[in-house]
Design a protein around this ligand. Structure first.
Ligand code: FAD
Length: 292
């Protein structure tokens, strides 16, 4: 299929992008086009105008500043994945990024585009939730930061106002000494997750968990933090049996209905297994050795 007719503009500043959004409520922003263009070809999206970000200045910058990795709206997945300063600041990012589609798509698609697209099975929205990150939106009334937990509202639905543009994502660096892990189950490498889980874990000298963040995607209408799992391990000594008991609590977070890829029951089973793996691996990285 072909897209329906649309106008096109290529502004050079954020102010012009916002003015174009205000002027035409049917307009949509075009970043890497890896999700929007297929959606247009299938007529799932029929924007009256595309506002192309490619000529807007200063959107392709990555900065690690004051404990935060700032990712401009035109930073491609691959730029972030290969950036060594970002890897040093938060190695979880590179770990997760390798599950996003395939290299040619990561060469074109942007991280912020993925956040705005907000697929409930996508890795970058989970990254933002898991790290407690934010996005910075600019609209006609100025700029605001939106926390990940408030940004993702439903599958492919965010709290961005129609006349706002997201100018960057802000992801905290990994806490000193924290362990991290991410595992995903998909039909093929590069497909969206049927279920995926990530974790960051900090331990004290006795292997007791001082801080844990555990999250999942593909299992609900948005990426979710697995708070029951976090609570079950925080303060506890991280042993194989603590991990196994905590992982069972992840099952309650699965609300996705049966679909052609998996039943709800199968996703619960998968998620518990993935959570066991990420807790074990993150704990091992934090402890600098195997968890008993
Ligand atoms: C075959 C294939 C497999 C894929 N597999 C995966 C996968 O496994 N995991 C995964 O996470 N992704 C996957 N993707 C999607 C890919 O990651 C996209 O690059 C990404 O979702 C969207 O980024 P984009 O820059 O291409 O955005 P676009 O397609 O240009 O835009 C996507 C949406 O975001 C909006 N938007 C973009 N930028 C902004 C902004 N700055 N402010 C406000 N709104 C904005 C657009 O209007 C549009 O609604 C896949 C894509 C393809 C084609």
């Amino acid at each position: 299929m072909k897209p329906s007719l649309f106008d096109y503009c290529s502004p050079t500043s954020v102010g012009e992008v916002v003015a174009a959004l205000v002027a035409d409520p049917g307009a949509m922003i075009l970043a890497g086009g890896q999700s929007l263009v297929p959606a247009m070809n299938l007529r799932l999206a029929s924007p009256t105008r595309l506002i192309d970000l490619k000529n807007v200045a200063d959107l392709a910058d990555i900065q690690v500043d004051n404990g935060v990795i700032k990712i401009g709206a035109m930073v491609r997945h691959r730029d972030l994945e290969l950036n060594d300063e970002v890897y040093a600041a938060n190695p979880l990012i590179r770990k997760m990024m390798r599950f996003v589609a395939h290299v040619p798509i990561r060469n074109c698609g942007t991280v912020v585009g993925s956040l705005c697209h907000a697929d409930a099975a996508a890795e970058m929205p989970l990254l933002l939730v898991l790290t407690g990150g934010t996005v910075t939106a600019v609209g006609p009334d100025g700029s605001r930061d939106i926390a990940a937990k408030d940004f993702f509202q439903f599958h492919m639905t965010t709290s961005r106002a129609p006349d706002e543009m997201i100018v960057r994502a802000n992801i905290p660096v990994l806490a000193d000494g924290a362990g991290y892990a991410f595992h995903e189950f998909a039909r093929r490498q590069g497909d969206y997750a049927i279920a995926a889980a990530g974790a960051t874990v900090s331990l004290d000298g006795d292997n007791r968990v001082t801080r844990a963040r555990v999250g999942a995607c593909g299992v609900a209408s948005t990426p979710v933090l697995l708070e029951a799992v976090e609570q079950a391990i925080t303060g506890a000594q991280l042993s194989q049996s603590t991990i196994a008991d905590a992982a069972e609590k992840a099952k309650d977070a699965v609300t996705a209905p049966d679909d052609m890829h998996a039943s709800t029951g199968y996703r619960k089973h998968l998620l518990a297994g993935l959570v066991r793996r990420v807790l074990g691996e993150a704990g091992q990285r934090a402890a600098g050795g195997a968890i008993k």
